[in-house]
Ligand binder design. Structure first.
Ligand code: G
Ligand code: G
Ligand code: MN
Ligand code: NA
Length: 254
């Protein structure tokens, strides 16, 4: 069978699971939140990456059901950590939401229902959307406004790789700017290569947004970002996505 049909079976048979990557605060490396990332343990193919199956699920519409499962699972997971770890638990979980999911009429109601049923405070949830998903879509923007009105944070993911409208940052209901890895890669290099990362932290600060630098892999990058004014970072340097991140060990190592 093709991947699209196998997604259905995968959902029914519980083949999907979530891994969580820490987002840490500088200096010190305290884990502030975690980003939930979906994985598929396929019976024949082994681990399938979301880059392969999320577009297929978007295309055949299964992303709506898969996305609802991801949202609920993430909120339940954070509630469990809060109960188990108390103040050592991350403050928030960040969940990726695709364009199709966001444009589904029931999306804001789904978020409200999941928060109620898991008893997770709205302030503990961030919804990550790409600029492409919200650009030019009044349906998506309305949905984001409704979700934000619940008290949920909205993050613009992979910023700088899509239309990159700075106007969108000013007018869209956005709280967090996730600066794409491509602008972080060269941040410790000479001069001009770090000019975008510098510009984006300045824009974030002026607009009252929280900036998160993505894909930080070296201490040199983390140092350069900190000097620019970045206080939140994410990347392999601080932790790979894992089913059960060790929050305490990470805080000490940072
Ligand atoms: O985790 P990884 O780097 O392999 O993710 C690859 C891509 O899949 C990224 O663009 C990421 O945003 C997307 N992705 C990962 N998890 C989810 C998810 O739960 N929902 C959606 N819509 N996209 C996801
Ligand atoms: O598109 P989005 O930002 O949601 O996807 C995040 C993706 O980036 C995930 O697939 C995650 O595994 C990956 N990722 C996270 N940190 C790093 C990093 O430091 N280096 C690289 N190469 N990929 C990373
Ligand atoms: Mn993301
Ligand atoms: Na991203």
């Amino acid at each position: 069978a093709e991947l699209g049909a196998q997604l259905r079976t995968g959902l029914d048979d519980g083949q999907f699971f979530l891994v969580y990557q820490p987002i840490v605060e500088l200096p010190g490396g305290r884990v502030s939140s975690v980003e939930a990332l979906v994985r598929w343990r396929h019976p024949e193919r082994g681990l399938v990456n979301p880059v392969e199956f999320v577009p297929v699920a978007e295309h055949n519409g299964l992303i709506v059901e898969l996305g609802a499962w991801i949202l609920r699972e993430s909120c339940e997971r954070l509630q469990a950590w809060r109960a188990e770890l108390g103040p050592a638990a991350p403050e928030r979980v960040s969940v990726n939401v695709s364009a199709r999911q966001l444009s589904e009429p029931g999306f804001p109601a789904l978020v409200a229902t999941v928060l109620r049923e898991t008893a997770l405070p709205a302030a503990c949830l961030t919804v990550e959307v790409t600029e492409t998903a919200v650009f030019d879509s009044s349906t998506a923007l309305d949905a984001l406004r409704a979700v934000k009105a619940l008290g949920v944070r909205i993050a613009l993911d992979d910023f700088g790789t899509g239309h990159s409208s700075l106007g969108l940052l000013r007018t869209a209901p956005v709280d967090v700017l996730k600066v794409d890895k491509s602008f972080v890669d060269d941040v410790a290099g000479p001069g001009e290569q770090s000019v975008i990362a510098t510009a984006l932290i300045d824009v974030s600060n002026h607009l009252g947004l929280t900036a998160i630098a993505e894909g930080v892999e070296t201490h040199e990058q983390a140092d350069a970002l900190y000097r620019m004014g970045y206080r939140y970072v994410q990347g392999y340097l601080f932790g790979r996505p894992s089913e059960r991140p060790d929050f305490a060990a990470l805080a000490l190592a940072g």
